[in-house]
Design a protein around this ligand. Structure first.
Ligand SMILES: *[C@@H]1O[C@H](CO)[C@@H](O)[C@H](O)[C@H]1NC(C)=O
Ligand SMILES: *[C@@H]1O[C@H](CO)[C@@H](O)[C@H](O)[C@H]1NC(C)=O
Ligand SMILES: *[C@@H]1O[C@H](CO)[C@@H](O)[C@H](O)[C@H]1NC(C)=O
Ligand SMILES: *[C@@H]1O[C@H](CO)[C@@H](O)[C@H](O)[C@H]1NC(C)=O
Ligand SMILES: *[C@@H]1O[C@H](CO)[C@@H](O)[C@H](O)[C@H]1NC(C)=O
Ligand SMILES: *[C@@H]1O[C@H](CO)[C@@H](O)[C@H](O)[C@H]1NC(C)=O
Length: 511
């Protein structure tokens, strides 16, 4: 009830309740899932949260009819002897200590499913260093029940990658979250996701997205893309020919199997009446579990893959921020944050998320707490963008006429060891690194207000919403909302989170 009521007034509700899963009378259940890097003793554990390594093994272990995986890249098995790998030069003993065995277990569970003749589909981006499509190729090799495909989004959108991290088992159980199919994502990178079991209604919708990506990978790109002037973002770019960024008269008919044109939707992301599902979700991982049906939703990126039916992921983030009650708190966790694009030829200015934050700070007196990762591959201009957002606090109190009681608070999240990552050896010499490459980072992507939780696979940079494949699950389920708040609070109050401060006026600026 509560704040959801007003949202109900402009949302259609999609049918309801009982899942008719083939394997008996299973109810839809959800658990939050985390990976906690080793050597973080000062982080308070949250009871009832599952570990990513277990969940991925269970998804593979329980599958009997189908297993569909979307991955950016694969490295479940460590590669200490490949000089191109960030694992290079670490000893067997060190890898044990890093928890690399968990990745091996997930790979074995997949191999077992493949050997059980479960129909498996593996869809991924390619070209991530060194050769991160070896594992799906090996799984597919000699097994007609395993299909693998590489999808290059840059062929379709000019830039971008498959960045969603999704497992769907038997059209019933699902993982959506930040964890890559990488052993390091299980024990050396901090991840957040959700595990849903017995949730056919949700799984089947994620599968539609899956099938659309699969179809895209088999289409002739040149016949289905156009270069256009994007009026909304003020750049020239390549898009699929059915994109709403193209003049209606010049658009093609979408070749995707499940694509529904919605006449009144003109341009993105103004899909204002996405269908949400009213689903009863049990939460065995939380004591005070509520089982009243609550609104849940899926959102996707890029907009051309929404088949006209769902919210864009950007809109779902914005709506989560705006769902905050007056005087309430929004908590946001992301690895990267930029109020612009990061990977395009022409640079896009992107105020969508920071604008939503400033709006609730001003009009609702909301407190907005943001955690951004500081790590080895930190984007140089993150600090300037964060300080630009912090300036909202100055604007908030800039006039006696303002009734603005909200506040933005931002902290960098620093996983210890982040400044000592990379291969242990280079050209035969020891590097002195103490952890493998691309580790020791807070990689989760989510937002949670007082009433709504949004669990995503996308970072807060323009590209993730317009050229990159991403999936989010969101819900008003109170137990999930409160447990996600707990996860955030444990990080926020830990010694690993360090405030970002806007210099007071009058202070000298250092260069
Ligand atoms: C939303 O759901 C209703 C009821 O199932 C359906 O009639 C309507 O077409 C759906 N709208 C969209 C945009 O999919
Ligand atoms: C549930 O409550 C019991 C008893 O208070 C406690 O021991 C247990 O850790 C709690 N579980 C969760 C998931 O919070
Ligand atoms: C199936 O999943 C459940 C949890 O959802 C887990 O306890 C069980 O071990 C899994 N079974 C296999 C064979 O992985
Ligand atoms: C899929 O796996 C096969 C091995 O069966 C391999 O030859 C092929 O390159 C892989 N394709 C992609 C797109 O990864
Ligand atoms: C970011 O800053 C570092 C250190 O100042 C510099 O070495 C690097 O080239 C910069 N990267 C970019 C993309 O500007
Ligand atoms: C990494 O950072 C820590 C804490 O700031 C510092 O003590 C240490 O010397 C740094 N290590 C390297 C290799 O830069």
């Amino acid at each position: 009830m509560r704040a959801t009521m007003c949202i109900l007034t402009f949302l259609f509700l999609l049918l309801t309740t009982t899942t008719t899963a083939a394997h008996g009378s299973s109810k839809c259940k959800a658990w939050l899932v985390q990976s906690i890097p080793t050597d973080m003793p000062k982080l308070a554990p949250i009871p009832g949260v599952l570990s990513t390594a277990d969940v991925l093994q269970w998804l593979a272990g329980n599958s009997s009819k189908s297993l569909d995986i979307i991955a950016q890249y694969w490295q479940l098995v460590p590669r200490p002897s490949d000089s191109r790998s960030g694992d290079y030069g670490y000893s067997e003993e060190e890898l044990q200590r890093f928890g690399a065995n968990e990745g091996l277990k997930v790979y074995k569970a997949l191999e077992n499913a493949a050997n059980r003749k479960v129909p498996i589909r593996l869809l991924q981006h390619s070209g991530v260093y060194p050769d991160y499509t070896d594992e799906p190729s090996n799984l597919a090799s000699g097994r007609p029940n395993v299909k693998n495909v590489t999808l290059l989004l840059s062929d379709w959108w000019g830039s971008g990658v498959v960045h969603a991290k999704v497992w769907i088992s038997d059209s019933r159980d699902v993982y959506i979250g930040s964890a890559n199919n990488d052993w390091k994502s299980l024990t050396q990178v901090k991840e957040v996701g959700i595990y849903l079991t017995g949730c056919s209604e949700i799984a089947e919708k994620v599968e539609i997205y899956y099938n659309n990506l699969w179809k895209l990978a088999h289409l002739d790109v040149s016949a289905y893309t156009r270069s256009v002037w994007d009026q909304q973002w003020q750049i020239n770019r390549k898009v699929p020919c059915w994109s709403h960024f193209i003049n209606p008269k010049e658009r093609c008919r979408s070749p995707l199997p499940k694509y529904m044109e919605v006449a009144h939707v003109s341009g993105y992301p103004v899909l204002s009446d996405p269908n949400m599902s009213h689903i009863s979700i049990e939460t065995p991982g939380v004591n005070d579990s509520f089982s009243d049906p609550q609104l849940s939703y899926l959102s996707f990126a890029p907009p051309e893959l929404l088949f006209g039916k769902y919210q864009t992921d950007e809109q779902a983030w914005v709506d989560t921020i705006k769902s905050v009650a007056k005087g309430g708190t929004v908590r946001i966790n992301t690895m990267d944050w930029l109020g612009q694009s990061g990977y395009t030829k022409e640079t896009v200015y992107w105020p969508s998320i920071s604008s939503a934050i400033s709006e609730v700070v001003f009009s609702k007196g909301a407190k907005v707490q943001i955690l951004v990762a500081k790590w080895a591959h930190f984007k140089n201009n993150t600090d300037q963008h964060l300080k630009s957002l912090l300036y909202s606090n100055t604007l908030c109190s800039s006039s006696e006429d303002n009734h603005c009681s909200g506040k933005v608070e931002i902290k960098y999240y620093i996983v210890p060891g982040y400044n000592s990552t990379g291969p242990a050896a280079l050209n035969g010499a020891a590097t002195g690194n103490t952890y493998p490459g691309y580790t020791r980072v807070n990689h989760g992507k989510y937002a949670v207000s007082d009433v709504r939780a949004h669990i995503s696979t996308s970072n807060l940079v323009w590209d993730y919403f317009y050229t990159t494949a991403g999936v989010s699950f969101g819900t008003y389920q109170p137990a999930i909302v409160s447990q996600l708040q707990e996860i955030f609070n444990a990080d926020w109050t830990s010694p690993y989170a360090v405030p970002v401060e806007l210099l007071e006026e009058g202070h000298a600026c250092s260069s």
